[in-house]
Design a protein around this ligand. Structure first.
Ligand SMILES: N[C@@H](CC(=O)O)C(=O)NCC(=O)O
Length: 677
């Protein structure tokens, strides 16, 4: 479709879109669509690992494995999306159809998190976990198909809206596009954990995972509607055949040419065409070869959504006026991205250049990898702090005495606060499963000769017989006031519960009702509150994000600049593929290594990345930067020169014949080599 003239800005965008400030109006719909879609994706992803752990009751390892399988799938499906868009449906229809699949997946996730659906005994826990697991897995599969499928299409579709002479506007569009990704991610990672922390339900109130998944589902529907509204204004390029298939064909044909170079007569024109093709394939293969070590970076990077979030659940999120949820810590990444990208671009890189250092893209990527390794060393140090604080507990309270000499408890605490914790005492074994970061456990031991009722303003915990103790109950962390009652007499006891703590309260036999009973109750910490503050995760977030800026942003630019003009999409798909492999590596290493100590696993990942980084820097040392446009221009000049020479200029049929003969020759070569074998 021809570009239309804009009186102010010269050439305007393609399609029927109006032009506002030099930009086609259609891109507004694409940018808003991306914002809503990324909100939907990152919002759902932020609470996913906690949904696995607290709703589906999976252990940390299973939760981490399924999380990374899902992320890996999200980065495998772009290849599928690119094939469907390029060879069959075109980008517009692919985005529409796969967005519907995506929205259905998000709705399935929201429904899977409604505990009331299978809670027939109405005790607040689902009775058929299989239903919830199956539905959520189907939902995640559809989401992976949708989000990955549209990923290579949306940005490219946005780029398609610009005319040939709108390079500056197109560049600005991509910057805004990237800001929208991180804006959507930032907002949703703040909002969905807050929604998750709400209580909701028909028969019983539980943490509201359904709302935390429901809002991202609604945002995906909004993304789809906004995209459809812009429909009449878009420039919709026709599908141009399968680029992936083309590359494979190209490689096959060029191999055939190489093998048969002396077998067939090829005109000068064809020679140059062939040489251009081979040069382009070489460019791609060289970059793809450099990609081999890259997945290790993503192996570490994507653990911020799994291992790091689980680590945050064992930490203290009290920031004074603000109480941070463990999954909200992930917002540190987009916040730092939004600040670090401009700082790097306008300050750090120019400063390094001024110092006379040639900080090439591959050097930047190497430094990015090292920064990610440092982030994991920080995570290991934080983990050691957490483990030490849990160990102190084991030594500090093995024996608990009621104070009145009538009952002795021996407590052996296994496990960590906020993880499934077994509390063993000399009379009973109680299994306590923590169901939420904000809930803490407590029980009372009654040392009085009369039965005592314990309640708060919100709940009644029942009657405790003389010289007996209650079961553990849950209460929100923070300040709590208990009313102790015997017949018509009562008194109040107030205390503070820290994150992840558990207490036994001993009611003294000397307690006098009607007066202040604060001094007649002794509180003993069964499990100490999380004492390591979540702020200690900030250094690891800083290093991983600085690593992301140097590695990911540079890597994207590098892949684009080193790719031949007709194979830029192939390299984008290749780049996304490294993310998928990286997430599979988490599964393999975590499964094979089976390291009992979390800090040691962090150190292992850091060491692996350093080793890979050394290999990458050696590969990078031997890489020669190229300017594909210049190389292609030289080839095209030669082709044009020979094209002008009528004698050597082949007709279309002749070119086809050469191709056919080359493939035939290739087949014969195959046959010959097979016979030899
Ligand atoms: N920094 C990430 C967003 C995040 O992790 O919150 C980013 O920019 N990712 C790129 C994408 O396309 O999602």
């Amino acid at each position: 479709m021809a570009d239309k003239e804009d009186p102010k800005n010269g050439k305007m965008g393609k399609g029927k879109s109006k032009v506002v400030c030099g930009y086609p109006l259609s891109i507004f719909f694409i940018v808003v669509n991306e914002f809503c879609e990324r909100f939907s994706y990152y919002g759902m992803r932020a609470v996913l690992v906690l949904y696995f752990k607290y709703f589906l009751r999976w252990d940390d390892d299973l939760a981490t494995s399924i999380y990374h399988t899902f992320v890996a799938l999200c980065y495998l499906t772009p290849i599928l999306g690119a094939i469907v868009a390029d060879s069959w449906l075109g980008k517009f229809k692919t985005i529409i159809y796969l967005s519907i699949v995506y929205a259905v997946g998000q709705v399935a996730m929201a429904v899977s998190a409604i505990h009331d659906i299978t809670d027939s005994d109405r005790d607040g826990t689902p009775d058929s976990m299989t239903f919830h697991i199956v539905l959520s897995m189907v939902g995640l599969f559809l989401i992976a198909l949708g989000t990955g499928g549209i990923k290579p299409c949306v940005a490219a579709f946005g780029g398609d809206q610009f005319g040939e002479h709108q390079d500056r506007q197109r560049r600005t569009f991509f910057s805004v596009f990237y800001l929208c990704i991180n804006g959507g991610s930032l907002l949703s990672t703040i909002i969905t954990p807050v929604l998750r922390a709400q209580e909701c339900g028909i028969y019983s109130k539980q943490k509201c995972y359904s709302l935390a998944f429901g809002v991202p589902a609604a945002l995906m529907v909004v993304a789809l509607v906004v995209f459809i509204i812009g429909s009449g204004m878009y420039y919709k390029a026709e599908p141009q055949g399968n680029i992936m298939l083309d590359v494979c064909k190209c490689i096959g044909v060029s191999l055939a040419y190489t093998i048969c170079i002396n077998t067939f007569y090829i005109t000068a024109y064809q020679q140059w065409l062939k040489k251009l093709l081979i040069a382009q394939i070489k460019m791609v293969l060289k970059v793809l070869f450099l990609y081999i070590p890259l997945p290790m970076f993503w192996t570490l990077f994507d653990q911020k959504g799994s291992r790091w979030t689980l680590q945050a659940t064992t930490m203290d999120g009290n920031f004074g006026a603000l109480v941070i949820q463990p999954d909200q810590m992930q917002t540190v990444n987009p916040i730092l991205i939004l600040t670090l990208v401009p700082i790097m671009d306008s300050l750090i890189y120019p400063l390094i250049k001024k110092c006379g250092l040639n900080f090439t893209p591959l050097k930047r990527m190497t430094v990015g990898m090292l920064l990610a390794a440092i982030a994991f060393v920080c995570a290991a140090l934080v983990q050691i702090q957490i483990d030490v604080s849990t160990k102190q507990l084991l030594h500090s309270s093995p024996y608990i005495l009621s104070g009145q000499g009538f009952i002795y408890f021996k407590l052996t605490i296994k496990g960590k606060a906020n993880s499934d914790t077994e509390i063993v005492e000399n009379q009973a074994i109680t299994f306590v499963g923590f169901t939420d970061y904000f809930l803490v456990y407590f029980r009372f031991v009654n040392g009085m000769k009369t039965a005592v009722n314990v309640s708060t303003a919100a709940a009644d915990f029942g009657l405790i017989e003389p010289f007996y103790y209650s079961n553990y109950s849950q209460i929100k962390n923070g300040k709590a006031t208990f009313t102790l009652r015997s017949g018509s007499q009562s008194c109040e006891y107030s205390t503070n519960f820290g994150f992840g703590s558990s207490y036994t309260f001993f009611i003294h036999s000397t307690l006098v009702f009607g007066s202040n009973c604060q001094d007649s109750v002794t509180a003993v910490e069964d499990i100490k509150p999380n004492s390591v503050h979540m702020a200690l995760q900030i250094p690891q977030y800083f290093f991983i994000t600085a690593g992301e800026v140097m590695f990911s942003v540079t890597g994207l630019e590098f892949s684009y600049s080193q790719a031949p003009s007709n194979m830029k999409a192939v390299l984008q798909a290749g780049w996304l593929f490294t993310v998928a492999i990286g997430n599979f590596i988490v599964l393999i290493v975590a499964e094979l290594a089976k390291i009992p100590k979390q800090w040691a696993e962090y150190v292992l990942f850091a060491s692996l990345l350093v080793a890979v980084c050394v290999i990458f820097s050696i590969m990078a040392y031997f890489y020669t930067y190229i300017d594909p446009t210049e190389i292609e221009a030289q080839f095209k000049k030669k082709i044009n020169e020979d094209d002008e020479d009528d004698k050597s200029k082949p007709g279309k049929a002749e070119v086809e014949m050469v191709k056919r003969d080359s493939i035939k020759c290739h087949d014969e070569y195959d046959k010959a080599t097979q016979t030899k074998m």
